[in-house]
Write a protein of this length. Structure first.
Length: 269
């Protein structure tokens, strides 16, 4: 705008003045101002492009740092599980060696040392005739009692089920641990976990309920761990889902009024 005003003023002086030199100077000034304006326009255009590029580079740099943090967390996770897998292999080798020598007391002592609590899982009563269900469900009785959690069950399964014992351990163990952990974090006086399991018409039906008060982290149908070290946790439901998929079963989760429900159906292969 200032350039237009100057050019207009010089044009008026040029029209009123009769001096040739002034007319030439006015013309040159007008041309110079035009070049200056074009130069400023080009400079501003390049400066704008440079600024846009700098902002884009800053965003890319932040994304790169984020991906690097994810990669580092993933690598830490892989190293963690590799260590645990290696340790578990050696522990199983030791247990097998004791078993081959029929040294049951050594096996029990070794397992107690791994559990760190010799009384963990030992209860004076039996939950049901199925060894897997009996061992895992009864092992959590003291945990629930010590944390004032109402812990109940309704189990009707036979001594032998047409499913892999390891799969049943993964299924039941993760389900109960997730339920108890939700109750441990709950800010409520009415905390409970109820486990129902029935084997009918060659199908295993499981229904586990628990209270919770914390904010659930969910994406689509998937729930994620809310622990501070979530990168090393959050594998309970995926592990359960893996077992359910193995038997072409059904896994349903429902949340309502601070009540979490896990429903499972397994079909024999």
């Amino acid at each position: 705008i200032s350039s237009i005003v100057i050019i207009h003023t010089l044009y008026l002086f040029n029209q009123t003045s009769s001096f040739l030199v002034f007319q030439v100077l006015s013309f040159l000034s007008i041309i110079l101002l035009l070049f200056i304006n074009v130069g400023f326009f080009l400079f501003d255009d390049k400066l704008s492009k440079y600024t846009d590029m700098k902002v884009e580079n800053s965003i890319l740099s932040q994304q790169l740092k984020h991906y690097e943090a994810l990669r580092a967390a993933k690598e830490e996770q892989i190293n963690f599980f590799n260590r645990e897998k290696h340790n578990l292999k050696n522990q199983l080798l030791s247990i097998r060696a004791f078993a081959l020598k029929a040294d049951s007391s050594a096996i029990i002592n070794f397992i107690n040392s791994l559990l760190k609590d010799p009384d963990f899982g030992l209860t004076p009563f039996s939950v049901c005739e199925n060894l897997i269900f009996d061992a895992i469900i009864s092992s959590k009785v003291n945990v629930a009692k010590n944390n004032k959690i109402k812990y109940t069950w309704d189990i009707d399964v036979p001594h032998c089920l047409p499913f892999n014992d390891t799969d049943l351990c993964v299924l039941l163990g993760n389900a109960i641990e997730n339920s108890l952990e939700a109750c441990l974090n709950a800010k409520s006086t009415n905390k409970f976990v109820h486990i129902a399991a029935h084997y009918k018409q060659n199908c295993l039906y499981m229904h586990i309920e628990n209270t919770y008060t914390h904010q659930l982290v969910k994406s689509g149908r998937k729930f994620f761990s809310t622990k501070r070290t979530s990168r090393l946790h959050g594998y309970g439901l995926p592990s359960i889902q893996h077992v359910v998929n193995k038997y072409d079963g059904v896994l349903l989760t429902e949340t309502k009024n601070n009540l979490f429900e896990l429903k499972i159906i397994l079909y024999p292969t």
